[in-house]
Design a protein around this ligand. Structure first.
Ligand SMILES: NC(=O)C[C@H](N)C(=O)O
Length: 483
C-alpha cells in the first residue's frame, strides 16, 4: 500500500480495495518502524489520523467521492494545527499548541485528507539541509549520511521513504524545490499569493509560499487544487480563479517554447547535473518542445539580495517571540529585559540568531539605504528579467541545485556555502513566479532535480510539462533501497 501515489490511492479507495483506516494503520506502522533512521517526523498524530480516516470511510460509505477523501498526508511543522504542537523546528515553540488551523490545513482536512503527523524542518525554515532543527537533523533516505535538503527536509524524507504519499512544505528561497530535488520528488512552489499564508508561521512574509511535495506532478496537482485559492484572512492572497490543474496535465507539449538561461549553466554547476538536465531537454524536444537560449542577467545578484531581504523580514517577524506571548520562557527572569534577552537567547538556535542579527543590522538607521533598499531594487531587476524572458518563452528550465545532497555536517561551519546551494531557486521567490522541481536522474546514486519556472499563475503549465515528462521517464518511480 505504501508504494501507491495519491492518484492510485484514490482509485483503490473508490474500488474498496482497502479502507482509509487500513491504509493509515499501515503507514503509521511504517513510520514507527522506519522513521527512527530518518527523524522526519516531529510529532506523529496517530489518534487524529485514525479519527480522520474513520470519518473519511464513513463519508465514502455515505456516497461522497472526493479524490483526496481518505488520503494520508503530513504537514510541515510550521502550519498551525489546532491542539497539536506546532514547533517550527524550534525550541522556542516546542511547547506551542496552535489554537487554530492554518487555512491550508483546514482546506486539506475539508477535502478529507488524513493527517499522520507534523514534519521536521530547519528552525523557522532557515536552512537548506534540515540541520538547524531543534529536533535534530533529518537523514536523506537515499543515503543516510547525507542531508535531505531544507527547509522542508522532513517532508521530503518522509515522502521519499514512502512513509506518507505526499506532504505540505513551504518555500521562501527554495525550501520545497531543493529538498524535492535532493530526494527524487516533485515539489511545487506556487505563485506568491496563490496559497494562503494564514496560519503558516512567518519567516519572510514577502517570499513565503506553501505548496505540495509528492512523488508525481499528478499528485502535486491534486494537492494544489485543494490547497490553493483566495483567503480573506491573508491580505496577500490573490483573488483569481483556480485552474483545473488535473485537466491541464494531459495537454500535449507540441509547440512549447523552453528557455535555457545561460546563467543557470555556469561555473558552479556540477557538470554531471548539467548532463542530466540536458537529457530532460532532449526528451521534451521529442514531445514537441522547442528550445531557446536566454539570459537572466541579474541572477548573480540574487543571493546577496535574498540574504538581506529574508533576514530583514525575519528579524521583524521573529520579534513576536519574546517569552511573554508565545513559546519558550527562561527560568526566573530578574526583570523584563532579562526575560526578553534570555528567552530569546536560549530559545533560538545559532542560524536563527545569525539571521536576526543580519536583518536587524540591514534595517537599522544609516544602513537601510545601503542594504535593504538596494536589495529591493535588485529584486525589481530580477523580476523584470523574468517578465522579459517570458515574452519569448513559455517556461524556463534549468537545474534545481548546483550539487547533489551533501554530507551531514559538511557545511555547518560555512553557512555561505549552504546559501550558495539556493542560487537557482531563490530568484523565483524574489520575483514571485511559480517554480517546480522534478526528478531528472541520479549522480553517484544521489537524486538530481530539474527546475521549471513559468509566468505568474501558470502552475498548470508547470504541472503539465512535468506530468508529460513523467509519462516518458521513470526516475520518479525509483525508491531508495531499504524503504
Ligand atoms: N526557507 C527557504 O526557502 C530556504 C532557504 N535556504 C533559506 O534558508 O532561507
Amino acid at each position: 500500500m505504501h508504494q501507491l501515489t495519491l492518484a492510485e490511492i484514490a482509485r483503490a479507495l473508490a474500488a474498496k480495495q482497502f479502507s482509509a483506516e487500513e491504509l493509515s494503520r499501515d503507514l503509521l506502522a511504517r513510520i514507527r518502524q522506519l522513521d527512527p533512521q530518518l527523524n522526519s517526523f516531529i510529532t506523529v498524530t496517530e489518534d487524529l489520523a485514525l479519527e480522520q480516516a474513520k470519518a473519511a470511510d464513513s463519508r465514502r460509505a455515505a456516497g461522497e467521492t472526493g479524490t483526496l477523501l481518505g488520503a494520508p498526508i503530513a504537514h510541515k511543522d510550521l502550519f498551525c494545527t489546532q491542539g497539536i504542537r506546532t514547533s517550527c523546528g524550534s525550541k522556542m515553540l516546542d511547547n506551542f499548541q496552535a489554537p487554530y488551523n492554518a487555512t491550508v490545513v483546514e482546506k486539506l482536512a475539508a477535502a478529507g485528507t488524513v493527517t499522520l503527523g507534523k514534519l521536521n524542518m530547519d528552525e523557522f525554515a532557515m536552512g537548506s539541509s534540515n540541520e538547524s532543527s531543534f529536533y535534530g537533523a533529518v537523514k536523506n533516505p537515499w543515503n543516510l549520511e547525507r542531508v535531505p535538503g531544507g527547509s522542508s527536509g522532513g517532508s521530503a524524507a518522509a515522502v521519499a521513504a514512502r512513509l506518507v504519499p505526499a506532504a505540505t512544505g513551504t518555500d521562501t528561497g527554495g525550501s520545497i524545490r531543493q529538498p524535492a530535488a535532493l530526494t527524487n520528488l516533485t515539489g511545487l512552489k506556487p505563485t506568491y499569493g496563490r496559497v494562503s499564508r494564514w496560519g503558516m508561521i512567518a519567516y519572510a512574509s514577502s517570499l513565503d509560499q506553501g505548496g505540495p511535495i509528492a512523488r508525481t506532478a499528478e499528485d502535486c496537482a491534486l494537492l494544489l487544487q485543494a490547497m490553493a485559492g483566495f483567503d480573506t484572512k491573508d491580505s496577500t492572497s490573490v483573488e483569481q480563479p483556480l485552474d483545473d490543474y488535473l485537466a491541464a496535465l494531459s495537454q500535449p507539449l507540441a509547440g512549447l517554447r523552453i528557455g535555457l538561461p545561460k546563467e543557470y549553466f555556469s561555473a558552479g554547476l556540477d557538470a554531471r547535473i548539467a548532463e542530466k538536465v540536458m537529457a530532460v531537454v532532449e526528451e521534451l524536444k521529442k514531445l514537441g518542445a522547442t528550445v531557446k537560449d536566454i539570459s537572466l542577467p541579474n541572477m548573480q545578484h540574487a543571493i546577496p539580495a535574498y540574504y538581506v531581504i529574508a533576514p530583514a523580514e525575519a528579524s521583524s517577524n521573529l520579534s513576536r517571540f519574546d517569552g511573554v506571548r508565545f513559546g519558550y520562557r527562561c527560568e526566573n527572569p530578574v526583570n523584563l529585559e532579562d526575560l526578553y534577552k534570555r528567552s530569546r537567547g536560549e530559545g533560538f538556535g545559532a542560524e536563527v540568531k545569525r539571521r536576526i542579527m543580519v536583518g536587524t543590522y540591514a534595517l537599522s538607521a544609516g544602513y537601510y539605504d545601503a542594504y535593504y533598499l538596494k536589495a529591493q531594487k535588485i529584486r525589481r531587476l530580477i523580476k523584470n528579467d523574468f517578465v522579459a524572458a517570458f515574452n519569448e518563452v513559455d517556461v524556463i528550465l534549468g537545474p534545481t541545485t548546483p550539487n547533489p545532497a551533501w554530507k551531514l555536517g559538511e557545511k555547518t561551519n560555512d553557512p555561505v556555502s549552504a546559501y550558495l546551494e539556493d542560487i537557482y531557486t531563490i530568484t523565483a521567490n524574489l520575483a514571485g513566479i511559480p517554480g517546480l522541481s522534478m526528478p531528472a536522474g541520479f549522480v553517484d546514486g544521489l537524486p538530481v532535480g530539474v527546475q521549471l519556472l513559468a509566468p505568474y499563475f501558470q502552475e498548470s503549465r508547470l504541472l503539465n510539462v512535468a506530468h508529460q515528462y513523467q509519462q516518458v521517464s521513470d526516475w520518479h518511480q525509483r525508491a531508495p533501497e531499504g524503504f
